[in-house]
Design a protein around this ligand. Structure first.
Ligand code: SF4
Length: 361
């Protein structure tokens, strides 16, 4: 076999593998459009009646994102959701996302009623960072500044010196490094490694990961690049280092959307939750967006680029919560006041630096 026909065969095999992967990406079940329409109409009525605003995360069901836009709510990252909720003129905030987002909204808007479609929706980073163990870890390292990611419980935030989102994390760590500080970082180890690698800061890391981003595979990405050689790779820094090493752009949800809009390239392979495609495609309608490969549609694939907890936010659950005033999130006042300190530190830092704090969940 000649060298060129061997290459052709390998390319054909890679192409087949990538096509099989794309075919295996789980499709959402067929929607009941008529039923959706009934819920949409009822939710719009209830939002008005309750003087409520819908704030939705980029990873939620596109039907919920569209509804937030149509009703003058917002589709955003977790911090922007909370800030929008704080600043809007509503009595009730309906937060479609995961639990820590409802908590952050409650901390920033203590005088508003915060509801969620479900209080069962959590996050692997939040689960893997229980307050008692985390607090003991902090106690073992009293010489370190405690910096936690937004994807944590109110109690963990309250134990921290700083809360950061993914887009401001590098700036905050560089700022602390300039002051000669040593850092304790939690909970996402991939994001922590990425920041450590970029800044060279003295950091010790809590060992947790996002189950969605951890599934992205460098080998699969390499195969996919053979099929789409001109595509640029956009990756969220919660992805493994081997995937980030192949990325053309690494950034938070908002930064990845901006990259898809602003870069002249036509095709992007995107390593973050598929929910982002709604907003990304809306903002960049002429671009082709492809989901980055995960472990595949088998027993080892726990996410397939789709957060199971974000997926719990359905139109029906949202409607029922608004109708009944159920699934209320209320962070106890003292705890909220403590958690507000590191959150406010980040907001002040951002304002002083005139940075756009557009992080990710
Ligand atoms: S996508 Fe990952 S980080 Fe975001 S809520 Fe789901 S598990 Fe948590």
């Amino acid at each position: 076999m000649t060298q060129s026909s061997a290459q052709d065969n390998r390319l054909a095999a890679d192409t087949l593998r990538v096509r099989e992967y794309i075919a295996a990406v789980p499709q959402k079940p067929e929607r009941d459009q008529a039923q959706d329409q009934v819920y949409r109409h009822a939710i719009k009525g209830l939002l008005k009646e309750r003087k409520a605003t819908l704030v939705a995360h980029y990873y939620t069901d596109p039907a919920i994102q569209a509804l937030a836009e149509e009703t003058n709510g917002i589709v955003a990252d977790s911090l922007e959701m909370a800030r929008f909720g704080r600043d809007c003129d509503a009595d009730v905030l309906m937060v479609a996302g995961v639990r820590f987002m409802g908590e952050t909204a409650s901390i920033l808007s203590p005088d508003k009623t915060v509801l969620m479609p479900t209080t069962e929706a959590t996050c692997s980073l939040d689960i893997a960072c229980p307050i008692d163990e985390f607090s003991a870890f902090c106690d073992q390292h009293p010489d370190r500044v405690v910096v936690v990611y937004a994807n944590t419980s109110a109690a963990v935030k309250a134990r921290a010196d700083w809360v950061v989102t993914s887009s401001i994390a590098l700036d905050v760590i560089e700022h602390l490094q300039d002051q000669g500080k040593k850092i304790l970082w939690a909970p996402d180890r991939h994001l922590g490694h990425y920041i450590q690698h970029k800044t060279g800061a003295d950091m010790i890391l809590w060992d947790a990961a996002c189950i969605v981003h951890e599934e992205f595979k460098a080998k699969g990405l390499m195969d996919m690049k053979t099929l789409y050689p001109d595509a640029k790779v956009l990756a969220h820094p919660e992805s493994p280092a081997s995937v980030l090493a192949m990325a053309d752009v690494i950034g938070s949800t908002s930064q990845l959307i901006n990259a898809a809009v602003e870069l002249p390239d036509k095709t992007f392979i995107v390593a973050t939750d598929q929910g982002i495609f709604y907003k990304m495609q809306q903002q960049a309608p002429d671009k082709t967006l492809i989901v980055a490969p995960t472990a595949g549609n088998d027993a080892s694939c726990r996410s397939c680029a789709s957060c199971p907890w974000m997926g719990m936010n359905s139109l029906q659950a949202l409607y029922e919560s608004l109708r009944d005033g159920s699934n209320r999130i209320q962070v106890e006042r003292d705890l909220a006041a403590q958690a507000m300190v590191p959150l406010q530190r980040m907001l002040d830092f951002s304002r002083e630096r005139q940075l756009a704090v557009k992080g990710k969940a």
